[in-house]
Each structure stands twice: as C-alpha cells, then as structure tokens.
Design a binder for this molecule. Sequence first.
Ligand code: ROI
Length: 172
Amino acid sequence: MTEAVYIGLGSNLAEPLEQLHEALLALAQLPHTQLRAVSSFYTSDPLGPADQPRYVNAVALLDCALEPLTLLDALQQIELNQGRVRKAERWGPRTLDLDILLFGQRLLDEPRLRVPHYHLQARAFVLYPLAEIAGQLRLPDGRQLDDLLAACPFVGLEKLSDSATLDLPHAR
Ligand code: ROI
C-alpha cells in the first residue's frame, strides 16, 4: 500500500535553489517511493533569528510505501548528504530541511516524528505551496487546509517559479 506523503523543503545556505533541486532528485530516487508533484518555489522571510538569509521553500508529494520512520531516516540521510550540520542555535540557517508534513491520514506523536507537522498551520511558506499541489485537503485531525490558509496571510513570501518549469528527469 502506498500513502500520499507531503514533504516540506527549505534551504537558506549554499545556493538554496540548487539544494532544493538536488533534494528533489534524491526524493525521486527513494526506494518504494514515487515523486508525484512539486509546488512552485518560493522565497520567504526567515522565521526565527532575522540575521540569516531568506529561505527558498517548496512542497513535494510522494506516493510512499515506506514506514514513516524509515522515510524519516532516508530524509535525514539526504540532509546529511547535502552538508547539513546541526547547530546548537535554535531556528538558525540551514543548507537543507526536509520535513514530513503529512503522511496519508496518519496521526503520529512519537519522539522523533509528529505528523501532521507541528507548525504546519502557522507557516505561510508551508501552507501556500502545499495548497498548490494538495487542493482541497482535509487533515487527519479534521482541519481543512482551506481554513488554515484563510487564517494565514500570504506575507513575507514571493513565488519564484512554477513547478512545471523544473527539470525532474527521475519523476515518473
Ligand atoms: N523560515 C523560513 N522562511 N523557511 C524555512 O524553511 C524555515 N525553516 C526553519 C526555521 C529556522 C524555523 N525558519 C524557516 O527550520
């Protein structure tokens, strides 16, 4: 069985656009997984300390047969492969962040993984790209994506490109 898994991508170091392109290629090559859709790319004001570069953000949709923690391991490996170094500073800059936003209709509350993503509803840089590829989505806890969007203004975001312009040779 495969489930629809939405991944949030973010980067604000070391050529963020290239980081996201490379991460999408890696997502497309995950085992037991297909990359189904990618949102536009957006630049966004940093959430957290203001003395860091703007971020590039996007959301991808996977059809995934992996278990959530197996997928999490794989995503963290991709982050490491792309030079992610975990620093002590909370909400500091990063080369690549891959967050599991939604995993089918699952509600998970484990030490390593909380799904739906804890900060989903508060982050325009997650909600707007998510809405582009998810449409009328109902979250497993009953919330409607439309309602979350209505409560989250499109502020500090700038749309960069449409996903259709991306070159995703490994996407099927
Ligand atoms: N801010 C923005 N704009 N985009 C992100 O992806 C992002 N990721 C983070 C923190 C540091 C919270 N701020 C962010 O992890």
